[in-house]
Design a protein around this ligand. Structure first.
Ligand SMILES: [Zn+2]
Length: 417
C-alpha cells in the first residue's frame, strides 16, 4: 500500500467516527473525539508505538523513546458538520513521518493528538495544547460553556478526563521541536500552484463582545423619528467593521454573530449582542484595528443615543514561528525539489500555542477552493503524502542539528516582542 492509499483508507475510517448529519461532527472533549484518538492509537500500535493519554485528553504516541524528543501532530476534533481533513491530515501525516524515521534518530520521536482544538464548541480554541503547555489559566474550563450550557470541565469529566490535573509537560528542552501539517483552509497555494506552504506567522485575534441597547416598542405604532432601534445601530457597526477590515492591509475584521432581542417581526429591536473578530499577523496593526473598532462603535452609539457596552472576549497576539524548524522544512522542500511558498496563517493552530514553549513550525497542504469547516472540504492525499516525505526529511535534519549545534535557535518571538 502506498502512503497516499493508507492515508485515504484511514481518512475514510476516521470520517465514520462522527455524529449524524452531513460531513464530520466530532465535538471537542466528547466521546467521539475519544473514539477517534483510540482508533489512531490502535493504528500506531501496529507500528509498534505506545500510546499515553494525559489528563486533558491529549494522546501521545511514542515511536522512539528518550528525551529530548521531536514532536509532530495536530487534532482530531471537528466543528459541527465539518470536513474530514482539518486536523486529521496532520495527525496521520505525523504518524507516517514518525514511523519512517524513528529508528534512525538519536532524539526520541513522538506524535501528539491534541484534544479540543476547535473553538466552535466552547468559544475558545486550542484547549488541549493550552493545558499541555501550561498556558491555560486556572479554572479556565469551568468558565467555558457549550451551546447546551455545559461547562468544558463537565464535558471533559464525562469523557473520563481530568483536565484540571494536567501537568505542563510540553516544553523545551524535553521537546526539541514541534512540527504540524495542516490543510491551508485558504486559496494561496492553489492560486500559486505550489503543493506546500511553510508558515512564518500565525495571525492573532482580538474578539470584542458588544451589547447595543434599544427601546422595544410596537413596529406599527412607533414613529420613525421616535425610535431607539438597536439593530439599525448594529447594522452601522457591521458596515464600519467591514470598512476597517478592508483598510487593514494584511488583517481582517468580521462580525459573524448577531443576537437580536426580542427578534420579533412586529417589535422595534430592543437589544443586540454581536461579536467582532479582528485578526492580523502584526500585533501593532491588530491593536490599532481593534481600537478603531472600539472608537467606531462608541461614535455610532453616541450619535444615535444608543446605550453600549464593549467587553474583550480574547486578545491573542500573532505568533512568529521559530526560524530553526521552519528552515528545516524549507530545506527539506528543496531536497525533495518541491517549490514551496512562505505564507502567513490567518487561522489559529495548536502550533501557535506550542510555539510559546518549544520551537515550532507549520506546513500547509493546499485546500482545493479554499473551502474548510464544511462537509465539502477537500484535500488531495497525494499532496499529504508529499508533506509526509518533507516532514520525514525535516525530522532527520532537526535530529542532526540538535546533536551538532550546541544551542539551536530556541527563541520564539511575537512581532514587537
Ligand atoms: Zn484544524
Amino acid at each position: 500500500m502506498t502512503v497516499a492509499e493508507r492515508l485515504d483508507t484511514r481518512l475514510a475510517a476516521l470520517a465514520e467516527i462522527s455524529a449524524g448529519g452531513p460531513g464530520v461532527t466530532r465535538p471537542s472533549f466528547g466521546a467521539l473525539e475519544r473514539d477517534a484518538h483510540a482508533q489512531v492509537a490502535a493504528w500506531a500500535a501496529q507500528d509498534g508505538a505506545r500510546a499515553e493519554t494525559d489528563p486533558a485528553g491529549n494522546t501521545v504516541l511514542i515511536y522512539g523513546e528518550g528525551e529530548p524528543y521531536l514532536l509532530v501532530g495536530s487534532h482530531l476534533d471537528s466543528v459541527p458538520e465539518g470536513g474530514r481533513y482539518d486536523g486529521t491530515v496532520g495527525v496521520l501525516a505525523g504518524m507516517e513521518a514518525a514511523a519512517s524515521v524513528a529508528s534512525e534518530l538519536e532524539l526520541g520521536m513522538r506524535v501528539v493528538i491534541f484534544s479540543a482544538e476547535e473553538g466552535a464548541r466552547f468559544g475558545r480554541p486550542c484547549l488541549g495544547s493550552e493545558l499541555a503547555t501550561g498556558a491555560a489559566p486556572d479554572g479556565l474550563l469551568d468558565g467555558l460553556r457549550d451551546g447546551e450550557g455545559r461547562s468544558a470541565a463537565d464535558v471533559a469529566h464525562e469523557s473520563g478526563l481530568r483536565p484540571e490535573a494536567c501537568p505542563p509537560w510540553l516544553r523545551a528542552p524535553e521537546v526539541a521541536a514541534y512540527l504540524e501539517v495542516h490543510i491551508e483552509q485558504g486559496r494561496v497555494l492553489e492560486r500559486e500552484r505550489v503543493r506546500l506552504g511553510v508558515v512564518d506567522v500565525i495571525a492573532g485575534a482580538a474578539r470584542l463582545e458588544v451589547e447595543l441597547g434599544g427601546r422595544p416598542e410596537h413596529s406599527g405604532t412607533t414613529p420613525m423619528d421616535d425610535r431607539l432601534d438597536a439593530l439599525t445601530a448594529a447594522a452601522e457597526v457591521v458596515l464600519e467593521v467591514e470598512r476597517i477590515g478592508r483598510e487593514a492591509r494584511h488583517g481582517v475584521a468580521t462580525v459573524g454573530r448577531l443576537d437580536v432581542h426580542p427578534n420579533s417581526v412586529t417589535t422595534v429591536p430592543g437589544g443586540v449582542r454581536l461579536v467582532v473578530d479582528v485578526r492580523d499577523v502584526d500585533a501593532g496593526r491588530q491593536d490599532e484595528a481593534a481600537a478603531a473598532v472600539r472608537a467606531a462603535i462608541t461614535r455610532i452609539a453616541g450619535a444615535r443615543g444608543t446605550p453600549v457596552e464593549i467587553r474583550e472576549l480574547a486578545s491573542r497576539a500573532p505568533v512568529m514561528l521559530s526560524a530553526w524548524p521552519r528552515l528545516a522544512l524549507a530545506q527539506a522542500c528543496g531536497e525533495e525539489r518541491l517549490p514551496f511558498r512562505v505564507l502567513p496563517s490567518g487561522a489559529g493552530h495548536d502550533a501557535a500555542v506550542v510555539a510559546h514553549t518549544a520551537p515550532s513550525a507549520l506546513l500547509f497542504v493546499p485546500t482545493p477552493n479554499g473551502r474548510s469547516h464544511t462537509p465539502d472540504e477537500a484535500c488531495r492525499t497525494e499532496d499529504v503524502a508529499v508533506a509526509c516525505a518533507v516532514v520525514a526529511r525535516a525530522l532527520r535534519r532537526l535530529d542532526r542539528d540538535a546533536r551538532g549545534v550546541a544551542d539551536p535557535d530556541l527563541t520564539t518571538t511575537t512581532p514587537e516582542g
